[in-house]
Write a protein that binds this ligand. Structure first.
Ligand SMILES: Cc1cc2nc3c(=O)[nH]c(=O)nc-3n(C[C@H](O)[C@H](O)[C@H](O)COP(=O)(O)OP(=O)(O)OC[C@H]3O[C@@H](n4cnc5c(N)ncnc54)[C@H](O)[C@@H]3O)c2cc1C
Length: 248
């Protein structure tokens, strides 16, 4: 950030909307319920994803002529090498999950975007990232991309992963137990966490009701400033293809 840019100011960027056709090059099981698909395409040469919580649209064959679209996070990309990785949190049913589970090397996938990015600068004193498996790709990217030495705590419901980072990362993994309430589990875990001193940015993404409730808890009960809190519903129980920006 240069001297004229105020501290902590998010930068909004628009990108040229393009569709790209990718080919699967490798499939990796990160954990039991998380599948990482590696793709390549010459069309990735000018792919941009400046923010860890960018999303791209994935297009899957639907009924009739209309494709099904779902939002996913560019987990890792290398324009020079023309590669992109996407992590799929597997759940019971849905075109994205079914496609990922059945995918093989050589299969193709069409993607669109990202359409835009909101880049929260890495100039905060600390970060707190909260979410479920669907948020883990964005959380992993943020942890990996943060500057050296900055404290970042993560609270995630789901299977534990390892991220290589220069930041000072404190992970908290909350196992998903059958019948357990993930909102309660996250709130209980967060209750034991003291927000560090200084300016902090808190990022939340999970099932829409859970994310909304956690945002309220962070702002109302923990007194964290609204402008330094960002929350999104990455899916909605009982609803296909749901993305909810949670503002007010
Ligand atoms: C900005 C953004 C980024 C995202 N990034 C990722 C990512 O990188 N990786 C990732 O795995 N997901 C990510 N998601 C979430 C993903 O888009 C949804 O989970 C999506 O609904 C999955 O599509 P589907 O075709 O498998 O299921 P859908 O057809 O959309 O849904 C079928 C049913 O499954 C339920 N459902 C959907 N997702 C889940 C879930 N995770 N667990 C349990 N039930 C579910 C729905 O409520 C519905 O009843 C992201 C979402 C957003 C908005």
């Amino acid at each position: 950030m240069d001297a004229v840019t105020p501290r902590h100011q998010p930068v909004r960027l628009r990108h040229e909307i393009r569709r790209r056709l990718l080919t699967v090059t490798a499939i990796e099981r990160v954990t039991a319920q998380m599948l990482r698909l590696h793709f390549t395409s010459p069309e990735l040469a000018d792919f941009h994803s400046p923010s860890h919580d960018d999303h791209i649209k994935l297009f899957f064959p639907g009924e009739g002529d209309k494709p099904e679209m779902r939002d996913y996070t560019p987990r890792r990309f290398d324009p020079a090498g023309q590669t992109l990785a996407i992590d799929f949190a597997l759940h019971e049913a849905g075109p994205a999950t079914s496609w990922a589970e059945a995918a093989g090397v050589g299969d193709t996938l069409q993607i669109g975007g990202p359409r835009g990015s909101t880049v929260v600068p890495d100039d905060f004193d600390w970060y707190l990232l909260i979410g479920d498996e669907t948020a883990l790709p964005a959380i992993g990217r943020r942890v990996e991309e943060l500057r050296a030495g900055v404290p970042v705590a993560t609270f995630v419901v789901g299977e534990a992963q390892h991220f290589d980072t220069r930041a000072v990362w404190t992970p908290h993994w909350i196992a998903r137990e059958p019948g357990s309430d993930e909102l309660e589990s996250l709130r209980k875990a967060l209750a034991g966490f003291t927000l560090p001193a200084g300016d902090g940015f808190i990022w939340i993404a999970a099932e829409a009701t859970v994310a909304r409730s956690l945002r309220g808890y962070i702002m109302d009960e923990r007194g964290h400033p609204r402008e330094w809190t960002k929350a999104a519903g990455y899916w909605k129980r009982g609803e296909a293809d749901a993305h909810e920006k949670i503002e007010d």
